[in-house]
Design a protein around this ligand. Structure first.
Ligand code: S3P
Length: 448
């Protein structure tokens, strides 16, 4: 189930080289933050290249429910008329964040230090995910939360009036938790300090600074220490959302596994907190090159060229790389099936609390397609069968998880028999043009 309609079973088949250019949509993380920070600024923030996936649209609707004006001008151009830090109105209805952990967790943070109450819900996937990782630190501001057992949605958040700032060390590598605390800190008078032991994606820090917040980041032996001075007036921005490296991962990996392919994926941000997959693919011996390296908006950007790679070796992916490719392990495990030897992914237990338990979902689907895997709580191992050696033929359950669905569609482009998924509906949450984009490259992906 996509959560918003009937299941959409799909099949992908090998046959034919992929070629051409794949223009992937805007970055999901930056799109959410553009709408939320735009809503917390005073005046009109203009956003171009916004990802118009379901997750981000749900965040836009939520910002409207909190009193901001979110306007779609067409063609990926949006504007947000913000209400200022502390200016959120109390929503009249339950806020439905659909499938989006980023949406709900960041919005909870953004409203947590305003004297308003809001109730959040989502689809079956989101309502099964842990929110305690966000409500625990928010409680330090004086925010109250009332959810289901295990800290699950639906959940009501009672924002703190006159919140005091906090100092918080994030216990797991999570940009969502870090960001929720920083957004809550915006309306607490004084300095909120967030410490992360491992660097996670730093879009919130970069964008907060861009919106005029007083924020500093220091690398210390304790970890990355982010200090934010509360109650700034955020200045509206003009934002061009870069293309999403996590979406680029799918056409790139498709090019690598589909025989004879040569695919160009232009304009992809290589922010080091996001680019771990590409390093890993190169280490495996994939034919992936960075062309036209440049800087855009202070970030390294390149055009990625991926060619069919029939000589890849399995490798050990180190745990310290996990945060920089956390969303890319599902598709990496697909590529690993076409390498020779074992690919061992360590330090990946966060995958178990994503839109689905991604280790379990990939393990079962790969097994159904004839691939041997091993897993423990924090490690996922795929035994590669070499290019051309993966049987396929299975039907893979996607568990309301867009990245699981797209990963198995990539798998089928290189297997001996077609690969089926039970539901491609969730793909629309992050990559609504996936099917068209892949078909334009020549991929044989069909709805059943
Ligand atoms: C995101 C952070 C990551 C990632 C998610 C987007 C973000 O989640 O998996 O897709 O935009 O902050 P965690 O913070 O739970 O690791």
């Amino acid at each position: 189930m996509s959560g918003h309609g009937d299941p959409i079973p799909m099949t992908s088949r090998a046959g034919g080289a992929l070629s051409g250019e794949a223009h992937v949509p805007g970055d999901k993380s930056i799109s959410h933050r553009s709408l939320i920070l735009g809503a917390m600024a005073v005046g009109e923030t203009k956003v171009s290249g916004l990802l118009e996936g379901q997750d981000v649209l749900d965040t836009g609707r939520a910002m409207q429910a909190f009193g901001a004006d979110v306007i779609n001008h067409g063609g990926g151009n949006w504007s947000v008329h913000g209400v200022g830090v502390g200016g959120f109105a109390e929503p009249e209805q339950v806020i439905d964040c659909g499938n989006s952990g980023t949406g709900v967790r960041l919005i909870m943070g953004a409203m947590a230090t305003s004297p308003i109450t809001a109730t959040f819900t989502g689809d079956a996937s989101l309502n099964g995910r842990p929110m305690g990782r966000v409500t625990d630190p928010l409680a330090l501001f004086g925010t109250e939360s009332y959810g289901r057992k295990g800290g699950r949605l639906p959940m009501t958040i009672v924002g703190a009036a006159n919140a005091a700032p906090v100092r918080y060390t994030v216990p797991m590598p999570s940009a969502q938790v870090k960001s929720a605390v920083l957004l809550a800190g915006l309306n607490a008078a004084g300095e909120t300090v967030v410490i992360e032991k491992e660097a996670t994606r730093d879009h919130s820090e970069r964008m907060l600074a861009g919106f005029g917040a007083n924020l500093s980041v220091d690398d210390t032996k304790e970890g990355r220490v982010i200090t934010l001075l509360g109650q700034p007036e955020l200045k509206p921005q003009t934002i061009t959302v870069p293309r999403d490296p996590s979406s680029a991962a799918f056409p790139v990996c498709a090019g690598i596994v589909a025989q004879g392919s040569d695919v160009l994926v232009p304009g992809i941000g290589l922010n080091p907190t996001r680019a771990g997959l590409f390093t890993t693919l190169q280490e495996m011996g994939a034919d992936l090159t960075f062309e036209n390296m440049r800087e855009e908006g202070g970030e390294p950007v390149a055009d990625l060229r991926a060619k069919f790679s029939d000589n890849m070796k399995g490798i050990e992916v180190p745990p310290e790389r996990a945060a920089s490719m956390i969303d890319e392990y599902p598709v990496l495990s697909v590529v690993a099936a076409f390498a020779t030897g074992k690919t061992v992914m360590r330090g990946v237990k966060e995958l178990r609390v994503k839109e689905s338990d991604r280790i379990d979902a990939m393990a079962r689907g790969l097994e159904a397609c004839g691939v041997t895997v091993e897993e423990d709580e924090d490690t996922f191992t795929v035994h590669g069968m070499g290019a051309g050696g993966v049987p396929g033929g299975g039907t893979c359950a996607t568990h309301l998880d867009h990245r699981i669905a797209m990963s198995f569609m990539v798998l089928g482009l290189g297997t001996q028999k077609p690969v089926h998924i039970d539901d491609g509906g969730p793909i629309a949450t992050s990559f609504p043009i996936f099917e068209d984009l892949m078909r334009d490259l020549g991929a044989n992906i069909t709805r059943d």
